[in-house]
Design a protein around this ligand. Structure first.
Ligand code: GLA
Length: 384
């Protein structure tokens, strides 16, 4: 299945009701990693992989969710939705419903069919796209408008409070607010943002290392705890430092010795990454692609060496890319420890680039990587 019409037809066959259909994209992050929960800057792009949600009302007071990808259905009482996660895929849509209900949006009886092509566990934010598709579809069914930034915050809360993954705001934000042909520079402190056009001549080549990652897994949480520890120590000297967003390299120079080495390195990544991200957005806005590429390379080195969130396969994928004509910049994208690299590539060379990268990766690691040539796409919207 790949299009809204097919999903709508399957929904109608299953539930005997004509649905509205909404789409919410996955994302790739160009630069700004693990900076979101430090109230810093990120610059993601919504991609043309998405979750589609087909929704219709029902009279029997049930909430019935069908996952087309798994061929599985779950059914709940709309007035007594589960209050705790179960570890099932339905935690994502249920978490969103619980948060919406808590905000005063009474959840009616409904049928929701979900289908998506965002690769799972690959650092392309399949979970955020399910959450945002669910929230957008429910808002549509209720006939209420929820502004994109607020909708993103509610979906992030669903993931933090119900699913139990302590993620930041980036993934839900870009899924809700992305714009076709643009990257989005987000200030995670106040959720203000600017769009920066991706030039016509540039392609996004996403290279999946096929090493699985999960943000519910321990490493994400350990990194976040180290970032927060470094922040507390710096704040004991300079109370204006509420998050690492407020700290500078010179703060680290003055008080860094007091911070355990691992946490100090994590802090150095966050502080320098914030600067790089803002610079990269400015460079993209003035169409200075070589600066964007250089900053992506520096970001990868920092992510790998200071944040220690890369893995051998991702480092190999980034290194191999350097040798291939057409590359502007490459780095590991997303929560880390596997998943995908993002490559900005001259469009005329993108197919050849992807083929050569896959071939080089295969001979270096024995792994057959999946390559995707993606377009910067629109955030959540109604399709049918
Ligand atoms: C995951 C989280 C995001 C962000 C990134 C790292 O994708 O969901 O909030 O922290 O990792 O930049």
């Amino acid at each position: 299945m790949k299009d809204a019409t097919t999903l709508a037809r399957a929904h109608e066959d299953r539930f005997a009701a004509r649905p509205q259909v909404y789409a919410a994209p996955g994302r790739v992050n160009l630069i700004g990693e693990h900076t979101d929960y430090a109230e810093g800057f990120v610059m993601p792009v919504a991609i043309d992989f998405a979750t589609l949600g087909a929704i219709s009302g029902r009279e029997d007071g049930r909430v019935v969710v069908y996952a087309e990808n798994f061929g599985e259905e779950r059914s709940f009482d709309a007035d007594a939705l589960p209050t705790a996660r179960s570890g099932d895929w339905s935690d994502y849509p249920l978490g969103v419903m619980r948060v919406l209900a808590g905000e005063g949006y009474a959840i009616p009886g409904l049928s929701l069919s979900l289908w998506g092509d965002v690769p799972l566990g690959s650092g392309l934010s399949s979970s955020a796209s399910v959450e945002v598709a669910t929230a957008t579809a429910i808002a549509g069914l209720l006939g209420v408008a929820i502004a994109g930034p607020r909708l993103a915050r509610l979906c992030q809360r669903a993931e933090n409070e119900f699913v139990g993954a302590n993620c930041g705001i980036m993934d839900q934000f870009i899924s809700a607010n992305g714009a076709a042909d643009h990257a989005l520079l987000l200030d995670c402190r106040d959720l203000s943002y600017r769009l920066a056009p991706i030039p016509e001549t540039v392609s996004l080549v996403i290279a999946n290392t096929m090493v699985k990652h999960s943000i519910a897994g321990g490493e994400y949480g350990t990194r976040r705890a180290e970032v927060e520890l470094a922040c507390r120590i710096l704040a004991s000297h300079r109370p204006e430092i509420r998050f690492l967003r407020d700290a500078t390299v010179s703060d680290l120079g003055r008080w860094g010795e007091e911070i355990p080495l691992a946490a100090r390195k994590r802090a150095r990544h966050i502080i320098t990454e914030n600067t790089r991200t803002v610079e990269a957005a400015e460079a993209l806005l003035r169409n200075d692609l070589s600066t964007v590429g250089r900053l992506m390379q520096e970001a990868h080195a920092s992510y790998s060496q200071d944040f220690e969130a890369s893995c051998a396969e991702a480092d190999t994928m980034v290194e191999l890319a350097q040798e291939i004509p057409g590359l502007i910049g490459a780095r590991l994208t997303g929560g880390g420890f596997g998943g995908c690299t993002v490559n900005l590539v001259e469009k005329s060379l993108a197919r050849e680039f992807a083929a050569r990268l896959a071939e080089g990766y295969r001979s270096a690691t024995g792994i057959r990587a999946e390559m995707h040539l993606c377009r910067a796409s629109e955030g959540a919207h109604r399709v049918l």
